[in-house]
Design a protein around this ligand. Structure first.
Ligand code: GDP
Ligand code: MG
Length: 441
């Protein structure tokens, strides 16, 4: 019968084992090529692959994926973790104005970014002031003024006709102006050179020292490729920065620079620029970047689908059990975790007609509560999970002690479980789910 088949599927899932070294090595070679093609710097590739191999060796064989897919999944997760492990919001000062300084090579996209940031900040209710400290190129000040006008924010610039001003002095006066005119954020645009040079570094470092920014953003063109490591290192040592912005992601670069810069400097990537218009700007999304670097969007989608299909299979198997009144506490926990993974969908469930009866069960989806439920069920023996009827008073006490909860919590869980099982069985009957009423068992 269907239910037998599903039960045997469930049993097969309990197979154990590790990924073999051959599986890991074969896939790691492909990943290595993918990373190099994405322009990730070689030392970064080496370190990264080593980390992934290490993790893959300890990984259980997945039931949903083949070994290659599984290694790729690990690579992807690891990439996302590294790219976004310390994703954080922009730092603002307790006492305004906050100062955000932009640094980077000429053409990296600093001035454009100043406008994007200004618009974005404005949208969040801030009142940014742009300060023009690139006095190197004749048009740089005008460019910032144009950008500021488009973003609808004020720009502070040295008065024309006074000869070339001193960028450090302009930066300081810009911050004073912000205080006077009550701008809560100052964005300092600075000069860059085509290549790294000492004078530029010194100027940027002097500006930093003079205005003590809350955030120094290193702006880097994603197309920079292998050179990302050198440039980032030079800026890290010469000026120092607290965050990274990747620009020109609308180009065809695979974005390996992101990983290189992140690995080499340890600083988080905060924003991504992907076009010339002010709107072409977003907070940085590690998962999108990881998939771009890997260049395996399709494979990643396949992996996701395979896992979802597998989840669906398990859910169906569980539904059969539910309908037949054979649900165990183990299934119960698995179902709850699965629903939790669905996130907001779980909230929608509460709106379904007839779901009113499930109110209590849905309430259990509260994170802390779910953690406790998990702890309690993990504190039970397999026999108890399989057949909760045997959980008598002394077992309850032992479970409570072992899971660090009160006996009443255990009582509560067991009661709810039996209620849920009964209710699910009834609902299954009503909706004609497989196995309903235990007829087919
Ligand atoms: P800066 O020298 O660092 O201030 O760089 P700019 O802001 O002047 O930008 C240099 C050039 O790159 C300009 O032509 C910008 O329009 C362009 N640019 C900046 N950011 C992006 C981006 O995200 N995508 C694209 N396609 N062009 C960009
Ligand atoms: Mg500029």
């Amino acid at each position: 019968t269907l239910s037998d088949r599903l039960t045997s599927v469930l049993q097969n899932l309990r197979g154990k084992g590790r990924l073999s070294d051959a599986d890991i090595d074969a896939t790691a070679r492909e990943i290595r090529v993918a990373l190099l093609e994405a322009d990730v710097a070689l030392p970064v590739v080496r370190a990264f692959i080593a980390k992934v191999k290490e993790r893959a060796k300890g990984a259980e064989v997945s039931q949903a994926l083949n070994p290659a897919q599984q290694v790729i999944k690990i690579v992807n997760e690891e990439l996302v973790a590294i790219l976004g492990g310390e994703t954080r919001r922009i730092n603002l000062a307790k006492n305004p104005p906050s100062v955000i300084m932009l640094a980077g090579l000429q053409g990296a996209g600093k001035t454009t970014l100043a406008g994007k940031l200004a618009k974005w900040l404005r949208g969040q209710g801030h009142t940014p002031l742009l300060v023009a400290c690139d006095l190197q190129r004749p048009n740089a000040v005008t460019q910032l003024q144009v950008v500021g006008e488009r973003a609808g924010v004020s720009v502070f610039a040295p008065e024309p006709g006074n000869g070339v001003g001193d960028p450090v002095d302009v930066a300081k006066r810009g911050v004073e102006e912000a205080k006077r005119a009550q701008h809560d954020i100052v964005v300092v645009d600075t000069a860059g050179r085509l290549g790294v040079d000492e004078e530029m570094m010194r100027q940027a470092a002097d500006i930093r020292a003079a205005v003590n920014p809350d955030e120094v953003l290193f702006v880097v063109d994603a197309m920079i490729g292998q050179d990302a490591v050198n440039t980032a290192t030079a800026f890290s040592e010469g000026v120092g920065f607290t965050g990274v912005v990747l620009t020109k992601l609308d180009g065809d670069a695979r974005g390996g620079a992101a990983l290189s810069v992140r690995e080499v400097t340890g600083q988080p990537i905060l924003f991504a620029s992907n076009g010339e218009k002010l709107e072409d700007f977003d907070v940085f999304h590690p998962d999108r970047m990881a998939s771009r670097i890997l260049g395996m969007g399709d494979v990643l989608t396949l992996i996701e689908h395979a896992e979802q299909a597998f989840d669906a299979e398990r859910a169906e198997a569980a539904a059969v059990k539910m309908g037949s009144g054979q649900l165990t506490l183990e299934d119960f926990l698995e179902q709850m975790l699965a629903i939790r993974k669905m996130g907001p969908i779980a909230n929608l469930l509460g709106m379904l007609p007839g779901a009113g009866q499930m109110k209590d069960q849905l309430a259990m989806l509260d994170e802390k509560h779910l953690d406790r439920v998990q702890a309690i069920i993990r504190g039970m023996t397999p026999a108890e999970r399989d057949d909760p009827k045997i959980i008598n008073a002394s077992r309850r006490l032992r479970i409570a002690n072992g899971s660090g909860v009160r006996v009443s919590d255990v009582n509560d869980l067991v009661t709810r479980f039996f209620d849920a099982r009964k209710m699910m069985s009834q609902m299954a009957g009503r909706f004609g789910l497989p196995g309903a009423g235990g007829k087919n068992n």
